[in-house]
Design a protein around this ligand. Structure first.
Ligand SMILES: [Zn+2]
Ligand SMILES: [Zn+2]
Length: 356
């Protein structure tokens, strides 16, 4: 394994009270092992998680902290045990960076659910090194969390698939989205726009639910077969018992009309939550009456496995799935984060490398 010359630095949060002020700071990368890939980053998407973490919405973060977990770059150093990646390959990294590879979850291909799974940033390896994200020159990751990118997908499009795309592709696939199935998508944002794109790419009929009048046209352009305005209080009635799967991407959930959404599920239909709200936003209270009439299920989902990511990329390449994105140089991360905070992003910002 040849050594690289990568100088690790990135745009870091140093003052938790000033989450938009990111300062260029040096990073101490993890110690390189035979299972690792070192990546020179070219692109990094801006995910809602970045904002939640920077704003300390999920608790106090480590400092200095570099966020970003929709990473694309080139492998510049590859450990001896790495199977499917060689130096020079274009690769991606999503929201998880390491797992134990020996527990039941890891052995059965659910490494994203490993109890010891580490997040790509704001987490800590056993030796105390803090994980740092993709608003940076480079990153080191275990091969199980490094995804080869097909030639047919441009880096600017692949970037936000690493978290935003995979986070919705995994539950769509797990819960059977495909031809003949009706899929509801709640919220047309970064995740929701991907849910519409991938549910259609998988062959399902898509029902998009939004309370933003200005997003209704977008949902149609993205491919939704039906667009439903949730500000109408009787919005659920025409669809009672109709949907097989509902993917909720909302990250303000305390006022979600959960009971109405559950009433739209077909027998054994599934309501899957993929948005992760701030700690003060619980799901609304429901009653057993809301679950019994259609035998429905409520579930969640956390990113996806390497196997699922590779399938997502294959389908995206075959079907020409293209997220709606805006590119900005990394130094303008503040503008992108501002737009995410104000819900003006349509539908993902992708930062491009300007430090290396
Ligand atoms: Zn994310
Ligand atoms: Zn494990």
């Amino acid at each position: 394994m040849a050594k690289s010359q990568l100088e690790f630095k990135g745009y870091a949060l140093v003052d938790p009270h000033n989450f938009l002020d990111l300062q260029v700071s040096a990073i101490k990368p993890k110690n390189f092992t035979a299972d690792d890939v070192e990546i020179a980053i070219t692109h990094c998407g801006v995910c809602g998680s970045d904002l939640h973490t920077l704003k300390q919405g999920w608790g106090e973060s480590k400092l200095p902290l570099i966020v970003g977990h929709e990473i694309i770059g080139h492998a510049v150093r590859v450990g001896d045990n790495v199977q499917d990646i060689k130096v020079g390959d274009r690769v991606g990294v999503g929201a998880a960076i390491w797992s134990c590879m020996s527990c039941r979850q890891c052995k059965e291909g659910y490494e994203n659910y490993c109890p010891q799974c580490l997040s790509t940033y704001n987490d800590e390896y056993k030796d105390g090194i803090v994980t740092q994200g993709g608003y940076a020159t480079g990153i080191r990751a275990h091969q199980q969390f490094v995804f080869p990118i097909p030639d047919a997908i441009e880096s600017k499009y692949a970037a936000s698939m690493m978290c935003g795309g995979l986070t919705v592709f995994s539950p769509l696939k797990t819960n059977g989205a495909g031809p003949g199935k009706k899929v509801g998508v709640i919220g047309i944002g970064g995740l929701g726009h991907y849910a519409v794109l991938f549910a259609r790419a998988l062959g399902a009929e898509v029902y998009a639910f939004t309370h933003s009048k200005d997003k209704m046209d977008d949902a149609k352009k993205l491919g939704a077969n039906h667009v439903i305005d949730t500000t109408n209080k009787d919005f659920a009635e025409p669809y009672a018992g109709a949907l097989d799967i509902i993917i909720s991407t909302m990250d303000a959930t305390s006022h979600l009309p959960l009971k109405e959404f559950l009433s739209m599920l077909y027998v054994h239909g599934r309501f899957i939550n993929v948005g992760i709200p701030d700690a003060d936003q619980p799901l609304p209270t429901i009653h057993a009456f809301d679950l019994v009439p259609n035998g429905c299920y409520i579930g969640g989902s956390s990113v996806g496995s390497k196997k699922e990511c590779m399938e997502m990329l294959r389908i995206a390449a075959e079907k020409g799935v293209k997220p709606w994105i805006h590119e900005l140089p990394m130094k303008d991360a503040k503008k992108a984060l501002d737009a995410v905070a104000n819900n003006t992003v349509r539908y993902r910002y992708v930062l491009t490398q300007d430090l290396a």
